[in-house]
Write a protein that binds this ligand. Structure first.
Ligand SMILES: *Cc1c(COP(=O)(O)O)cnc(C)c1O
Length: 400
């Protein structure tokens, strides 16, 4: 038997074939490392005189392609250098907090942020000598009061999880101006279809791309962009050090998902409005929560701020408690009980046993989160199907 190995080692990879035609679909480029012509060429690249990639942890083509698409949606300011992709939404949040804050700094933050962001602020930042002042995001006076003491950063989300309260974003922006801090907005829940933070004075915008932007529960990604190149450079440095690198394949999936973002959003939002109104008519439902409804506590602010873009999330309280919640979830067998959001299919979650399980029952009660509280990330299904499924499952819960 002959040893039929080719004369050039298979360990040496061939050059990609060159073609005069170009692919219609974006290529996936998983290369970890990039070869340069010589050391001078690498210098030129690191000094920003030429464009290129060196090592995928720092940047790679699929991350840049995705970031440019999200920049276009969010209106990332020209001249900032554009947004950056991260390995998760929390990668982006971590880079913003750890890359920009230092010991002795103070942060003013909404008390109703995403649970893991709150955890980072309460459990980790104090270890680095950073102080956090939490405010009720709907209370303009609370933002103003907190801003009487200087702060390095003001951190807000527009619509809160899971109670769907609408923050006083004018007050948050004024607080950032008054205390001299950067205004950071995590825009995951609202999406640029609902509100664009850079148009309203934000210095940094963050996304968990995992959710509505990618839209199919199959890619874990984050994105952050800054108003100035200086802030962007600090975020890029933090990303490289933390290692919150976005996978090229996930970026590719998200780029594909983003192509239908506006269509998915509009359909899911129309479904959410109709489903909230439907839930309110069901005898087993104590309250339907949606900013577009006249009985929502922030309905007027939602009207001013969101201009009718009330979002794709709905919440409701079943009459009863844990037994009714369990019965509802079991009866809604075609609706995944899975604590995420922004998927094309409707997802259910139960905050008292997931995102808000660390709170005391009293703490949850203060937010209106009873054991019968269900959060719904509304998908793009046919609305009549959704209405029938919810009617049936609510009726099943009411029988318990
Ligand atoms: C999910 C989420 C995050 C974290 O994103 P991951 O991609 O899960 O790390 C941050 N903020 C908000 C508002 C979220 O919903």
């Amino acid at each position: 038997m002959t040893d039929a190995l080719p004369p050039r080692s298979l360990a040496r990879r061939p050059a990609a074939p060159s073609t005069v035609t170009r692919p219609v679909a974006s290529p996936i480029q998983p290369s970890v490392v990039w070869r340069a012509e010589d050391a001078d060429a690498l210098d030129a690249q690191y000094e920003g005189r030429t464009e290129g990639f060196a090592y995928a942890r720092e940047s790679h083509p699929n991350a840049v392609a995705l970031a440019r698409q999200i920049d276009a949606l969010e209106g990332t300011p020209e001249g900032s250098g554009g947004g950056l992709c991260f390995g998760s939404g929390m990668g982006a949040v971590s880079a913003v907090l750890l890359g920009l804050l230092k010991s002795g700094d103070r942060v003013i933050a909404s008390s109703q942020l995403y649970g893991r962001s709150l955890r980072l602020m309460t459990q980790d930042l104090p270890r680095f000598g950073i102080e956090i002042a939490f405010v009720d995001p709907t209370d303009g006076a609370a933002w103003r009061k907190a801003a009487e003491t200087p702060a390095a950063m003001v951190f807000a989300e527009v619509v809160s999880n899971p109670t769907l309260r609408v923050a006083d974003m004018d007050a948050a922006r004024d607080a950032a101006t008054a205390c001299g801090g950067l205004l950071v907005v995590d825009n995951t829940f609202t999406t640029p279809r609902g509100w664009r933070p850079f148009d309203h004075g934000a210095d940094i915008v963050i996304h968990s791309v995992t959710k509505m932007l990618a839209g199919h529960s199959d890619a874990t990604l984050g994105w952050a962009a800054a108003r100035t190149p200086e802030i962007r450079a600090a975020l890029a440095a933090a990303q490289g050090s933390i290692g919150a690198t976005a996978s090229p394949f996930d970026c590719w999936l998200a780029e594909r998902g983003l192509a239908t973002f506006a269509l998915r959003y509009d359909r899911a939002e129309a479904n959410a409005a109709a489903l909230a109104d439907h839930l309110a008519t069901l005898p087993g439902v104590e309250a339907a929560i949606y900013p577009g409804r006249a009985d929502h506590p922030d309905h007027n602010r939602a009207g001013d701020l969101l201009q009718g873009r009330n979002g794709t999330m709905v919440a409701f309280r079943l009459k009863g408690g844990r037994a009714q919640a369990n019965a509802f979830i079991r009866a809604a067998a075609d609706l995944p009980f899975a604590p995420s959001l922004g998927d094309v299919q409707t997802l259910l979650s139960h905050p008292p046993s997931s995102s808000h399980r660390a709170l005391t029952p009293e703490g949850r009660a203060a937010l209106g989160i009873t054991e019968g509280f269900i959060r719904v990330s509304v998908g793009v299904e046919e609305i009549e199907t959704l209405k029938a499924e919810f009617s049936e499952a609510v009726a099943a819960a009411a029988k318990v």
